[in-house]
Design a protein around this ligand. Structure first.
Ligand code: CMC
Length: 452
């Protein structure tokens, strides 16, 4: 392609009636005025839309692209997870999430996300055994919790304690050593339930409960959350099974805000525990993982079915800044497949726990039904997302509301680690460093304070 050095703005090819043409391998930009052409390579996807590679755009045309919220930008090539937002499809390493939810386990899905393939029996046993044997945390880390007030939000506590892990595992962590990366992966996946449970115990003022390596991943978490030293505690298998399934559904979701945060922080070469801590912080927000907690607050605020129309009027009034929490998604313009599975699961779990007459679930079902018939939601293609029903199950199995997003963080840690690993192994990896459209003042001279 001809080399185009930055011409003055008015005559810029992209400002001057440019046209484009897409072929299978190239995206051609043609400046009508000067008849100059530039070909950008098109990179094919294994499924889903191809992308135009704009990495040479500035060098050739002297422009950057503007994409608030990165809605149109593929920041990386990835082989972990695929979403078709229009069809409502979610694949982990090619496997439909519905099949994994039905047939697999969270530990097997964790192995799949980390290693690209489903494990053999031996590989799975070794992986599970390694995770089980990394569950304890340093006693000094446990003492960090004493620094928090009893009502500190658990997401704040776990983000801080995970960041502190970088102080414990820094000198021994070479991010370019695959074995070190693997040890990190096993440690963080194994220890995050212990940290999460300690945060919960701290807010209750109860003693921390040590992990039990004879229990499976989710049973061990439930035991650490609910057991007390003065009496035996039996884990409810219905609760453990429900948690395992929810963890499968939350394990990864390609380049979402928290995963992109982990990638961005990790791209600087920072300690990976610090990068995961940044991911936890990003997940906490109500537009992301914090929505599960916000949904139950919203349902309680609505109270009864009669109040739904009034609430939806508020949602539609943009000046109220009220959103229907658990609805809408950047990528899904159809049903989030995870929401469908969780709604189904709500019926089963509530029935098995003997709590079929759950008023909040009934209210959520009616709210979904009414919203899906409303022109506002139809026009904008807003459907229930993963967070709409998950809180109902968490509540039913006794997880306190402030811990909902922590549950999400435990599961998503697997995805964060898989993406961090993938990024470090990618020869195209560069520090993540977006550009900007500067609209501030042009250069001006400093004025002494007395002359302003
Ligand atoms: N309630 C009311 N209006 C909404 C909602 C909602 N939940 N979601 C989107 N809209 C409207 C929005 O106001 C906008 O309308 P208009 O075109 O008139 O300005 C239009 O739909 C497009 O929305 P957007 O904000 O441009 O969409 P986005 O892709 O930037 O945001 C989202 C996606 C998930 C942040 C947003 O849908 C939202 O805030 N949902 C509620 C919070 C939520 O449930 N978050 C969990 C997401 S799934 C799990 C996860 O990521 O952790």
């Amino acid at each position: 392609p001809p080399t185009l050095h930055s011409p003055p703005l008015g005559r810029h090819p992209l400002n001057n009636g440019s046209v484009h043409r897409m072929t299978q391998n190239t995206f051609e930009l043609v400046d009508r005025a000067s008849d100059r052409k530039m070909s950008l390579p098109v990179r094919p996807a294994s499924i889903g839309p191809s992308v135009v590679d704009i990495s040479k755009l500035n060098k050739e045309l002297g422009v950057f692209t503007y994409d608030p919220g990165f809605g149109m930008t593929a920041a990386t090539e990835s082989r972990v997870t695929y979403i078709d937002g229009d069809a409502g499809i979610l694949l982990y390493r090619g496997y439909p999430v519905g099949q994994l939810a039905e047939k697999s386990s969270f530990m097997e899905v964790a192995y799949l996300l980390l290693h690209s393939e489903l494990p053999s029996r031996k590989q799975l046993d070794e992986f599970v055994s390694s995770i089980r044997h990394h569950t304890m945390i340093n006693e000094s880390l446990l003492r960090f919790f004493h620094g928090f007030h009893y009502d500190a939000h658990p997401m704040a506590m776990i983000s801080a304690v995970i960041a502190s892990m970088s102080a414990f595992y820094h000198d021994t962590m070479d991010i370019y050593n695959p074995r070190h990366r693997e040890i990190f992966a096993h440690r963080i996946i194994a220890k995050i339930p212990t940290i999460a449970a300690a945060a919960h115990k701290h807010s209750l003022g109860q003693p921390y409960v040590y992990p039990r390596n004879d229990l499976d991943y989710c049973s061990n978490l439930l035991h650490m959350l609910y057991a007390v030293p003065c009496e035996p505690y039996e884990v409810d298998p219905v609760a453990a099974q429900a948690l395992d399934l929810l963890f499968i559904l939350h394990a990864d979701h390609e380049q979402n805000a928290s995963t992109s945060t982990v990638r961005l922080a990790g791209s600087t070469g920072t300690n990976p525990y610090a990068a995961i801590s940044a991911g936890v912080a990003a997940l906490w927000g109500p537009a992301h993982g914090g929505a599960n907690e916000a949904v139950l607050n919203m349902l309680e605020q609505i109270g009864t079915v009669d109040n739904i129309p009034k609430f939806l009027e508020q949602v539609k009034d943009k000046s109220s800044h009220v959103r229907l929490m658990g609805f809408g998604h950047r990528v899904y313009k159809n049903f989030d497949p995870r929401a469908k599975i969780i709604r189904e699961m709500c019926h089963k779990v509530l029935a098995r726990l003997g709590r079929s007459d759950n008023p909040l679930f009934e209210l959520a079902l009616r709210l979904e039904e009414i919203a899906l018939k409303d022109e506002y939601f139809i026009e904008r293609k807003l459907y229930p997302n993963v967070d709409f029903y998950s809180g109902i199950i968490y509540s039913a199995i006794g997880i306190p509301r402030s811990m909902f997003t922590v549950m999400f963080a435990i599961a998503r840690t697997v995805g964060w680690v898989a993406h961090w690993q993938e990024m470090l192994g990618d020869p195209a990896m560069r520090i993540g460093r977006p550009r900007q459209l500067y609209t501030g003042p042009t250069q001006r001279d400093y004025l002494e304070i007395g002359r302003r």
